[in-house]
Design a protein around this ligand. Structure first.
Ligand SMILES: Cc1cc2nc3c(=O)[nH]c(=O)nc-3n(C[C@H](O)[C@H](O)[C@H](O)COP(=O)(O)OP(=O)(O)OC[C@H]3O[C@@H](n4cnc5c(N)ncnc54)[C@H](O)[C@@H]3O)c2cc1C
Length: 356
């Protein structure tokens, strides 16, 4: 079916569009390369009363083998611009740009602000959706504006950071899934010396260097991520996952004390790497989900049929070949069950289920 300049295809297998390499057919599927095409695609969906799913790089989703009975819009809107401003350097990238290519470009220009987020797969447009984060940084710290099409009002708008309601792995775009089609994101970057990383893995690497460059920090982040299997680089293509499957649970000090009591009462040896929890500025405690998963009996590399845990990181569920979306979801439920039984903690998925 040809609409304006786009071809709307039917029954397109989604597995090849996800990093899990899992997923059945989309009833309708279209690639949009301009803002106008996005609007046309959404009008097509409205006219047919179809559900809509906006797809980036497919690196944070688990799709059912029954597929998606609606319109999948793959965002490939491209373009970047850079503007010097009093407060820093404003870099804007269209939603369909590859996230890590954009980060690499900013680092090559000596700009700081995104270097700790190097190596995260996916697109620029998805970065604000779950407020991507790593190594003590999150993208909301650098975002100054998100341009999006609001399906509720039928118009484009610019959202300031406060309107995005960013929180840990969440935002208004995640909470109101399907309402906004993000088309561009603007970041405020800096030409000043980057601050020294505070995350333990990186602190050790920079013990001898008081003022590492952005390029040195990026390179350290990439090699640390590679050791944990948290990149999709040459040699890692077969690593079929969506990165961290669960969020790290955040709890009150009272609940954390109860958790500590429970761990002491258990007879099994406590094998978690230090630190396995972090004190947050608001007084809450963030606990390592990977630690709880391992203590609940799932070691790295543990397999349950065709699904299992990464042998490099206990937080990543991996499709070891031919697993269905349903099998992976089932395995994730077993992990949730055991962690709840052992520690009374409910692990919340970070990965989004589509059609599951
Ligand atoms: C190996 C690996 C490592 C990872 N490491 C990290 C990490 O360190 N930190 C982290 O936070 N995440 C990490 N992730 C998860 C993932 O890379 C990020 O969440 C990423 O931002 C998803 O981008 P994507 O383009 O693939 O989005 P998709 O998976 O395609 O979509 C994710 C969500 O964003 C929505 N979306 C996508 N594009 C748009 C748009 N233009 N407008 C509106 N909504 C949109 C989708 O509808 C969906 O709800 C990792 C994943 C993998 C596979």
């Amino acid at each position: 079916m040809l609409i304006a300049t786009m071809t709307i295809k039917e029954h397109i297998n989604l597995a090849e569009y996800t990093t899990f390499r899992v997923g059945g057919p989309a009833r309708f599927f279209v690639i949009v390369a301009t803002e106008q095409e996005l609007v046309e695609a959404l009008r097509f969906a409205d006219a047919k009363s179809l559900s809509v799913f906006i797809l980036g790089g497919g690196s944070n989703i688990l799709v059912s083998d029954n597929g998606f009975d609606g319109l999948v819009i793959k965002n490939e809107i491209r373009g970047m611009s850079i503007k010097e401003a009093d407060e820093g350097v404003l870099c804007t990238a269209a939603a369909g740009e590859d996230w890590d290519t954009f980060v690499a470009g900013s680092v090559a220009q000596g700009l700081s602000g995104l270097e700790l987020l190097s190596g995260i797969p996916g697109t620029v447009g998805a970065a604000p959706v779950q407020n991507i984060g790593a190594y003590g940084s999150s993208v909301s710290h650098a975002i100054t504006e998100v341009r999006a099409y609001d399906r509720q009002t039928g118009s484009f708008l610019s959202l300031a950071p406060a309107e995005c309601h960013f929180s840990y792995r969440s935002s208004v775009f995640k909470k109101e899934q399907g309402r906004y089609g993000i088309v561009a994101v603007t970041f405020n970057l800096s030409r000043l010396q980057p601050s020294l990383p505070s995350y333990p893995d990186l602190v050790m690497l920079f013990a001898q260097s008081a003022s590492p460059s952005v390029a040195e920090i990026r390179s350290a982040v990439l090699s640390t991520r590679a050791k944990k299997g948290m990149v999709i680089l040459p040699g890692y293509e077969s690593f079929r996952s969506a990165g961290s499957f669960f969020k790290n649970p955040i709890m009150t000090a009272l609940d954390f004390t109860a958790l500590q009591e429970r761990t002491k009462a258990q007879k099994t040896e406590w094998r978690c790497r230090t630190p396995w929890y972090w004190n947050m500025p608001d007084g809450t405690i963030k606990v390592s989900a990977a630690c709880l998963i391992q203590q609940a009996g799932f070691s790295r590399g543990f397999r349950d049929g065709r699904a299992g845990l990464s042998d490099k990181h206990a937080l990543a569920i991996v499709n070891y070949g031919g697993a269905t979306g349903e099998e992976i979801k089932e395995f994730s439920k077993k992990i949730q069950h055991n962690v709840k039984q052992n520690f009374g903690v409910i692990l919340e998925p970070e990965v989004e289920f589509v059609g599951l």
